[in-house]
Design a protein around this ligand. Sequence first.
Ligand code: SAH
Ligand code: SF4
Length: 359
Amino acid sequence: MSQSAPRSLHDLGYAGIERELAADGVKRHHAKALHRSLYREGNLDLSRPDFLPPLRQWIERRVGGEKGFTLDAPEVVDETRSSDGLTRKYLLRLQDGQTIETVLMGYDNRLTACISSQAGCAMGCVFCATGQMGFVRHLRPGEIVAQVLHVQRVIRADMPDRRLRNLVFMGMGEPLHNYNSVMHALDIISDCRGVGIGPAFISVSTVGVVPAILRMAEEGLPYNLAVSLHGSSEGERSALIPVSKKWPLADLVEACRSYGATTGRRIFFGWTLIAGKNDSPETAHRLVDLLKGIDSHINLIPLNPTAGFDGTTAQTAAALEFQRIIKEAGIPCTFRQRRGIDVAAGCGQLKANRLHKTA
Ligand code: SAH
Ligand code: SF4
């Protein structure tokens, strides 16, 4: 038996489970029942009477304590619900005590999970509560998958006639800074034998990690790409997003152009509107020029106030004018629904509020 630190079964997809069983002399076909139990049924108790003896014995020998494998079963330390009950935000505690945010959003008749890819974030965007906390660590694939399983458990318990349809990486962290874990987690999440969320319903949102955007295109990954732009000149953008100095706007737009050309997919550009910073008609016109030739959709996001940033969201008139200019140029442009602001659903805000409360 291996003496190394226990690993999580939730880090393993179908092939990984087969491999581990085979390594211990258990026939590969037992992987089917274990995979189904972990990912389709979301079980955290693996003492299932329906498992055949070889699998049952392997679990007894290998899962739990120091036996080799653990499960990712994050503990809910805080939960907030929006007044209409449709948005629920969870602060989840991981095995090492780190906390991350996971949100269930219910609108337009579909349920969406918004999940985290890191504890904290290294990118330092000035308006973002997670950025203000700094980077703690990357999440493992199992810690990413476990957030989706948690949301599915909530749905099964409270809304049994509904199912999770969409997944977005818009919680804490920069998913393309944790590329391998995120993509491995997405392999597990999109496997139709398990969690089964189709790639077309999964969006990876990035601050603009240029090499990783190119890598996604090169590897032919089938997920939607959302790019948080927030500025249409280098100065405007890097005042809000410090890493724009590392991956300049011009390079980012070129990477998006290449991504669009290679994949044939539309890119969703996120734009958090901040009064006096990036909400002027000139900015909007420059944005239109910048995105010429790229199949784009622009999502306008109202700024959620955070303790560490004294900016305010754009006035309604400015926001509508901004939208008008973009739409008039033929680029689809919508406002992201403000669902959940009453539960501090902005990125990193539940954790930030709790830190303030306990400080
Ligand atoms: N790191 C990734 C994904 C997580 S952030 C990214 O930056 O894209 C998800 C989205 O929330 C991003 O578009 C980000 O700009 C936005 N966001 C962060 N803080 C915000 C705030 N205080 N108000 C509005 N949008 C915010
Ligand atoms: Fe990180 Fe995204 Fe927040 Fe920027 S907006 S600090 S990239 S989580």
